[in-house]
Design a protein around this ligand. Sequence first.
Ligand code: KDG
Ligand code: MG
Length: 381
Amino acid sequence: MEIRHLDAVVTRPGRNYVLVRAETADGLVGWGDATLNGREKAVEAALDYHIAPELEGRDAARVEDVWQYLFRGTYWRGGPVLNSALSGVDTALWDLKGKAAGAPVYDLLGGRTREYATAYTHCGDEAVDAIVANCEAAAERGFDHFRVNVGDPAGEYLNLDRVIDGVGEIRERLGPDPELIVDIHGRATPREARRVAAGLESADLYFLEDPLRPENRDAFEGLRAATTAPLAMGELFTNPWEMRPLIEDELVDFLRVDLSHVGGVTAARKLATVAEHHYVETAFHGPPDLSPVGQAATVHVDLAVPNFGVQEFTDHGAVYGDPVDDVFSGGATLDESVGGLDVPDEPGLGVDVDRETALSYEYERSHLPTVRREDGSVADW
Ligand code: KDG
Ligand code: MG
């Protein structure tokens, strides 16, 4: 199964995505997701100038060997650009492997351990009334896990009182049953993280996400000691080893890596196994900047791993409308009777990309919002 041609397909069906397309000499095509929000062209260049020429002619069936080559064999390892490129290649090779074997990727990972992957959806808003209404609407679609961020992330740095009081009121109004998630998005200092975690204890969260910045691993010990709130971390990790101390020292409860940054299906499956041995569950990242290809790959891993927790869900069709449906077909679907995700029982990832249509939606320069404090200084977004 020789890789004849590999390249990046950059498309903008509503937002920018970087896809990896790998074609074998016998005509099979595999797709992966290498999107790096706001830095898409850097990944495209890594793929087209450095990675594709080194992979063409190699055996596509040797997924692990290609992973090892791209991570260790090229000396420079990890980092958002190179590891997103590696992630996209790895996922495309799993898609090819499934297509060659005539089996869905979850089967190649050991087979289903569940019928669907329970999902959570974003219900955050400016005001508590709107958030409660969003949760009620989401409950109509079968969800019982809601992300209830209070305030506009692009407008305000981090208002601890507003978050603590707002989430407390949401819990009171929704009652004890729904699972609530709050994403701090790495904005808090260790002092602020301890305060918000303590303040949210009575809201009985499913998890508190990214309470600290990714480089600040040591502060997790203090936070862990200060709260019983379950903690989730990992969407910014671009090297699977970054997650290791948090899992091994049992400083988090949820493994929240992003398949398109941490190293594809291969890295996510391995990390889930390490996590299983520490009773850490998965909550893989599923934001709008993960394409339907990345989303499908993520759900394949969700269905296979025994220690699945929950899956973040983006409804791309609802957010981006027709363009996204013109480019992508198949992929993960929501079963509203259970609030869970499934993928087609087709060989590979079960998601297809119309290359010509994808290329007709041309890339546009974009950037994540930049947040500044009241005094004008740059803050973490
Ligand atoms: O590219 C950044 C987004 O993926 C991120 O802001 C989304 O934090 C996020 C989440 O939990 O979905
Ligand atoms: Mg997040």
